[in-house]
Design a protein. Structure first.
Length: 396
């Protein structure tokens, strides 16, 4: 077998959380895979994305044997704070969800852990490998074509897992006449910063303010991650550090004298917000997972967690096939995964709509936002609804 003609059981496109976790879970079940990634290792290990992991996502890391550093360095959270009208209201997540917790641990750290494990085991992982075509997905032996180190190569496999994100080749390889797309593009984005500053709160703070939404998060005990609602095409150059800190202090202020911790800002960026789902998530021998199939606004912290939930379902179906020759799990993959996807999409859409200011809103609609927040934070049932979804619905 030549280097340009690889053979494996599962070909995985994309070395993000979905592709790497899938490869790891399959490896532990004795199933071979080859992973290709268009970007460099340095790029994917430094790419700042999600930072909050649901209860079950953390357990998936442990079950895969790569959770030690997460448990050691990740920040365990048992609640969040909703702030509006200058008042702070804590949602006791763990108390209201039967003991479930969330953990702040950057997506890039998850990726580092999974890459390190695969490299240590000497398993095939190609960086700088741009997929150019996926062929034969309606047959029993699909082929992935890609270019690596200036050489055209191919992977013959039993199944293809498309984990290459929103802009990857995998979703584009699905027949257009079988795919349906659902999308909501929001009229705002998030201006996000990373700052060398100790977090001013030990739990995340979601703030609704007349100037727009703000979020106080963190990446470590010494690094704060903060966001401001802004125009989706906002020019970062129009936001010098002093303006950012001033606006954060305005939107995050409360009547208890909350004080924001300042420090050097070492990263800025604007992220437009959208909700997106592509159905189905499978055609023939091609299966989509993670951002290749769905995008959520970051308000609900569901992106990484949905990718992991997809892997849970897909890996189960693949194991069933290789152990018993049954396609039952794989045939049900799309419908099963989409049940959870749509629930997470609903929560992310709802929380985004609840916390952000819309230019189209009337004074009445603005008051309705405040009234709903007041109800939710004064009702145990309302807070439980938030808590159950925030820590993550059970895996299917």
């Amino acid at each position: 077998m030549s280097e340009a003609d690889l053979r494996t059981q599962v070909g995985i496109i994309g070395a993000g959380p979905a592709g790497l976790l899938l490869a790891r879970v399959l490896q532990l079940q004795g199933i071979d895979s080859v992973v290709i990634e268009a970007q460099s290792r340095a790029y994917v290990e430094q790419r700042v994305r999600a930072g909050l992991m649901e209860h079950d996502a953390c357990q998936q890391m442990r079950d895969a044997g790569v959770g030690a550093r997460m448990d050691r360095e990740g920040l365990l959270h048992e609640g969040i704070v909703l702030r509006f009208d200058g008042r702070s209201h804590r949602i006791p997540l763990t108390e209201l969800s039967g003991g479930r917790q969330v953990r702040v641990y950057g997506q890039q750290e998850v990726v580092k852990d999974l890459i390190a494990a695969r490299v240590a085991d000497g398993l095939p992982l190609y960086f700088g490998a741009q997929a150019s075509a996926i062929e034969g997905i309606d047959g029993a032996r699909p082929v992935i074509r890609f270019r690596h180190a200036g050489v055209e190569k191919s992977i013959a496999c039993d199944f293809v897992a498309g984990c290459d994100g929103f802009h990857g080749i995998s979703r584009a390889s699905m027949p257009a006449d079988v795919m349906r797309v659902f999308e909501r593009v929001y009229p705002f984005g998030w201006l996000g910063i990373l700052a060398e500053a100790a977090p001013a709160s030990h739990e995340l703070v979601y703030a609704s303010h007349a100037n727009g939404f703000a979020l106080l998060s963190m990446r470590s005990p010494t690094v704060s991650r903060l966001y401001l609602q802004c125009a989706p095409d906002e020019d970062v150059a129009a936001w010098p550090d002093a303006r950012i800190w001033g606006e954060l202090e305005t939107r995050l202020a409360d009547d208890a004298g909350f004080a924001l911790t300042r420090g050097p800002i070492f990263q800025k960026g604007v992220t437009p917000l959208r909700s997106f789902v592509a159905e189905p998530m499978r055609h023939g021998r091609l299966f989509l997972a993670g951002d290749a199939a769905h995008i959520v606004p970051p308000t609900g912290a569901k992106g990484l967690n949905l990718a992991f939930a997809d892997v849970h379902v897909l890996a189960g179906g693949l194991v069933e096939w290789y152990r018993r020759g049954s396609m039952v799990g794989l045939d049900a993959y799309s419908a099963t995964a989409l049940r959870r996807v749509w629930k997470a999409e609903r929560f992310s859409w709802w929380l985004t709509t609840l916390m952000h200011r819309f230019d189209s809103h009337s004074a009445f609609e603005a008051r309705m936002q405040t009234a709903e927040l007041d109800y939710l934070t004064s009702s145990r049932a309302g807070m439980t609804t938030i808590a159950e979804q925030y820590v993550g619905l059970p895996l299917l």
